[in-house]
Structure formats: structure tokens, C-alpha cells
Design a protein around this ligand. Structure first.
Ligand code: G1P
Length: 293
């Protein structure tokens, strides 16, 4: 059964973040901060803006600060209140609006993205759900997840966010190919995890945003280890395609790969330039510092 709307989002956050060492030795990569918000908050806000109210974190060891971030900070809040700092209090409250529910399930061993999603099976139940990978920071208006929910409402099928990448980068992504339905939509007939450029069926890469039907859980359960010895979500989607239609949606917006140091810097500069408080000053500083060199 699939409902008309997407109510639940799964955030796999148990990964080790080795691409960002040493920063991620003792701190979760999802808590790395772009300008003034941790990556996980951007992803949660994106889901919330798409109407999703239940956030399911698939968490692991060393990730406690994420739970604290979305919890009440009693001392901080009462101090801000006593000091009459209402604006800051609003900022703190907005991290978890009252109508948002955050639930946690533990992934005891990091066996891959597919396995992480499977850990949320009982919490998701029999309805279509979203998956957001927080290290992909996605910026779009409307948000990328809102665009995807709209596609889901039209097609009632799994939707994968995709973008074109240079062929030499196919090894970093799940790569899809299929029949072009419209400018932005492809009916997927092939999906492969991290193929070598010469084997990639196309250059259309999956970004870290998915809407999946609940049928995907049985497919994950049936998976053997895939690329990198992991239980891959991509392989489960490939199996799902034998039973159901799966669509790839070329989203409108920008993706920053904040799991990589370069992508993280790009996000910091771009979002810094747009910041309502100091964006203009920052842009000016960038110009001056470029001309001073
Ligand atoms: C995961 C998925 C991959 C997808 C990518 C998007 O890979 O397995 O299919 O293209 O996210 O960021 P990871 O980056 O976790 O290795």
C-alpha cells in the first residue's frame, strides 16, 4: 500500500565519515557545520519543507551529538528565556518544531546503505518513504525533496533524484539509464552501483535523495553483499524494478558533496554568500581577497 503523501524520512547517519578525517575522528560528519547549521539540520529542514513530519535516524556509536541537537536543551533555553533573548530562543526552537517527531533506531554494524535503510523497516511500515543522505547538501526552490514528493504524487512509484556527472566520476555514484519520459523524468531500466566509466550505462548519477515504496525492504533483505562488500540500496532498487516502475528525476537545484572536503568548501562559500545577515559583506571580502593576491 502506498499513501498519497510522504510522511516519513529515513536518515542513515551511522557511517564513519572516513573521507573527512581528521575532522570526523570523534565527531559525526553529519554535524559538520556549513555556515551556521550542521549538515543534518539542512537535510531535516528539506524533508520538513516537503511536508514530512516523522524523521527516522538510523544511528550508531559516536553519534550522540546528533540526538542532542534535536532534543530540548533545557539549560540553554531557560537561560535564553531569562535573558530575554527571544530571537535566539526562536532559532533553538526551530531546530525541532513541535509538530515534528524524531525517532532513532540503531544500526549495530555498518553493513552498507541498503542495510541502514532496512533498519528502519518496522518504523516505516507499509508506506512509501523518503531517504535523505545528509552529506549531500541540496539547495533548490522548492526544495529537492518537495519536487520529488510532487513527482511521487503523480506517479505513485519510487523516485530517485539524479544529475548528470562527468563520465570520469561514475565510480562515485549509482548510475541509472532508461527511457526518457519528459525533460526531467526517466523510467529507469538499469541501475548500477559505482561502475567504472567504461562500464557505466550512462552519466546520470543518483544523488542522496530517494522516495521508495515499501516493497524495497523485501528486496534489501534478499541482497547479497555488493560493491565494497556492502549491502547496497542500489542493488535492491535494481531488484525492485523487476516488480515495479522506478523513475529517475533530474532535480532543479544544486548538490554539494559535503562528504568531500572540496564540496564542503564550495557549499560554505556559496551559502555564505547568500546568508541574509552577512552575505553581502562576505561577497565583498571575497572580491577584495581575490584581487589582493
Ligand atoms: C551512496 C549511494 C550511491 C549514490 C550516492 C549519492 O553512495 O550508494 O548510489 O549515488 O550515495 O551521494 P556513497 O556516497 O554513500 O558511497
Amino acid at each position: 500500500m502506498t499513501t498519497n503523501t510522504i510522511r516519513k524520512a529515513v536518515f542513515p547517519i551511522a557511517g564513519l565519515g572516513t573521507r573527512f578525517l581528521p575532522a570526523t575522528k570523534a565527531s559525526p560528519k553529519e554535524m559538520l557545520t556549513v555556515v551556521d547549521k550542521p549538515l543534518i539540520q539542512y537535510a531535516v529542514e528539506e524533508a520538513y519543507a516537503a511536508g514530512i513530519r516523522q524523521m527516522i535516524f538510523v544511528t550508531g556509536r559516536t553519534k550522540r551529538s546528533i540526538e542532542d541537537h534535536f532534543d530540548t536543551a533545557y539549560e540553554l533555553e531557560s537561560e535564553l528565556e531569562a535573558a530575554g533573548k527571544t530571537e535566539l530562543l526562536k532559532v533553538v526552537h526551530s531546530i525541532k518544531p513541535d509538530d515534528m517527531q524524531v525517532v532513532y533506531v540503531r544500526q549495530h554494524r555498518t553493513l552498507g546503505l541498503g542495510h541502514a535503510v532496512l533498519c528502519a523497516k518496522e518504523l516505516v511500515g507499509h508506506e512509501a518513504f523518503a531517504v535523505l543522505l545528509a552529506d549531500d547538501l541540496m539547495v533548490g526552490e522548492p526544495t529537492i525533496m518537495s519536487q520529488m514528493v510532487e513527482q511521487f504524487q503523480e506517479w505513485r512509484a519510487s523516485i530517485l533524484a539524479v544529475q548528470d556527472v562527468p563520465r570520469e566520476h561514475t565510480r562515485r555514484y549509482g548510475i541509472v539509464s532508461g527511457r526518457q519520459i519528459s525533460d526531467r523524468l526517466v523510467e529507469v531500466s538499469d541501475i548500477v552501483e559505482k561502475p567504472a566509466p567504461e562500464n557505466a550505462p550512462s552519466t546520470l548519477a543518483v544523488a542522496g535523495r530517494y522516495i521508495l515504496t515499501p516493497g524495497v525492504f523485501a528486496e534489501i533483505e534478499a541482497q547479497q553483499q555488493g560493491v565494497g562488500g556492502e549491502i547496497q540500496l542500489t542493488d535492491a532498487i535494481a531488484s525492485l524494478m523487476r516488480r515495479e516502475k522506478v523513475f529517475a528525476y533530474r532535480y532543479q537545484g544544486v548538490r554539494y558533496d559535503c562528504g568531500s572536503k572540496l564540496g564542503f568548501l564550495q557549499a560554505t562559500v556559496d551559502l555564505g554568500k547568500r546568508h541574509p545577515e552577512f552575505g553581502t559583506d562576505f561577497q565583498e571580502w571575497l572580491l577584495n581577497s581575490a584581487s589582493a593576491q
